[in-house]
Design a protein around this ligand. Structure first.
Ligand SMILES: Nc1nc2c(ncn2[C@@H]2O[C@H](COP(=O)(O)OP(=O)(O)OP(=O)(O)O)[C@@H](O)[C@H]2O)c(=O)[nH]1
Ligand SMILES: [Mg+2]
Length: 214
């Protein structure tokens, strides 16, 4: 079984090199999807040894979907390029998939700063009982990842809800966060995201599935 790390990156030239070097210690392949950064993200990623896909701008979801289709590993770990995720957590995220116990493993953050994310979490938990449905640090079987449509402004809530509706076995593992100096902006897109989440809440069966916690 092999592990690919898929890193969507947009204007992350400053931090991406370190992220790739640390991810490469735990993954067989490190793939970066850059869709039109105006800085030197693609060059920094190549210099750090990643396989870089450059595409036309399409946003975060289109970048991770492209990463899913290009990844060679049986297990894909999605990870952010801004340095907040700790590469040392990759083996713990991938393990339940490698052992055949789960199809999707969510990285559960020690704290969720944004109010909008906490609200999305609460809403999502009406269908899938998870502690953190908005972390971008997740592991998923490649064949499962390729089944996801992922409509929405981001993956918050919808990733887990769609996965549950496909019958994927979902597990959560705690992750650590590096503290990075980055201003937390208000994600206005989360207001629009609520409509996509409501769509899945209405569409998916009433059964409340619980994710296993490790
Ligand atoms: N390719 C691509 N990557 C993106 C795009 N938007 C965000 N990303 C990447 O997706 C990851 C998550 O984006 P962030 O801006 O960190 O989102 P976040 O973690 O929810 O928000 P912060 O709390 O501000 O860090 C980062 O690696 C970004 O570079 C995009 O339009 N295209
Ligand atoms: Mg981030």
């Amino acid at each position: 079984m092999t592990v690919s790390t898929v890193i969507p990156a947009y204007n992350e030239a400053r931090r991406i090199g370190e992220v790739i070097k640390s991810a490469a210690q735990y993954a067989d392949e490190v793939l970066v999807v850059d869709d039109g950064s105006s800085d030197s993200t693609a060059k920094a990623a190549k210099d750090a040894g990643a396989l870089v896909i450059c595409k036309e701008h399409g946003g975060y979801i289109s970048a991770i979907k492209r990463g899913f289709s290009e990844a060679k590993g049986d297990t894909i770990v999605m990870m952010d390029a801004d340095g907040e995720h700790c590469a040392e957590d990759i083996p713990r995220l991938a393990a339940p998939i490698l052992f055949g116990d789960a199809d999707l493993v969510l990285g559960s953050r020690p704290h969720i700063d944004r109010l909008s994310e906490r609200f999305i979490n609460w809403l999502t938990s009406f269908r899938v009982k998870v502690k953190d449905c908005g972390s971008g640090f997740r592991a998923i079987r490649r064949d499962s990842a390729l089944k996801l449509e992922l409509s929405g402004k981001c993956t918050c809530g919808v990733f887990v809800l769609e996965a549950a509706s496909l019958g994927l076995r979902i597990t959560e593992v705690p992750i650590n966060l590096h503290s990075i100096s980055k201003r937390r902006r208000i994600l206005w897109s989360h207001f629009q995201q609520l409509f996509y989440i409501l769509h899945w809440l209405i569409k998916s069966p009433v059964r409340k599935s619980a994710a296993n916690s490790r």
